[in-house]
Design a binder for this molecule. Sequence first.
Ligand code: ADP
Ligand code: MG
Length: 247
Amino acid sequence: MADAVLRIDGLNKQFGALKATDNVSLDVRDGEIHALIGPNGAGKSTLIQQISGLLRPDSGTIRFLGRDLAPLSVAERAQCGLGRTFQVSSIAPEFSALRNVMLAVQAVDGSSYRFFRPVMKDRRLIDAARAVLEEVGLSDRADIVAAELSHGERRQLEMAMALALRPKLLLLDEPMAGMGPEGSKQLTSFLDALRHKVPILLIEHDMEAVFSLADRISVLVYGNVIATGAVEEIRNNAQVREAYLGE
Ligand code: ADP
Ligand code: MG
């Protein structure tokens, strides 16, 4: 069995009486895309927030590359290689795509105090940012201000901002949301090509994308993982079909 990059054990998080995360155990292995599916309100985003450090679990452990994440802040987790897409709202609309990628790098490498320095002179940073924009297929839009990018392009930019940090695990919370069929198809093939560079925990409602991309799927319902398995296992699991696929 491949090594687990991320290992979650017996994780609990309650909001009042609501068990948003109910004794969740889950791992993401090297080289895999592990999809997390489940109906709205199942607790998927709450789980991601506990991994990235925005929410503190009530109990249970999250280990990343063998290290207990509990004492680490959001920024420290990012520095360890925990990558996630930034919300569209974290893109600075008045700055170019290139500048946004550079700011994302600076925000995490502890150099955000340089925000007002003439960062454009930092050749190495510019080269790195351009390389990542090229990777996501946005190099010809590098100098366009973010406000003028299309929805799909802003999604590509978010991905570039995450990848610029060279993460060792990527957390993606519904990356296809709001995309048309063409955009979803493009993103699917992009993620497919990415799988051997970085393992991914993928939350996604687009089942066509999930079934074509996932190595394994976990199904979350009311905070509980009701099944984990390969695509065919999950598709044929009667409990899953009833609880989630609506059959
Ligand atoms: P999903 O991402 O699977 O749609 P969420 O993780 O966003 O689900 O939410 C899981 C449940 O926890 C929902 O019932 C939601 O209303 C609740 N919830 C999420 N965040 C909070 C919060 N900060 N305070 C109270 N309840 C919350
Ligand atoms: Mg969510």
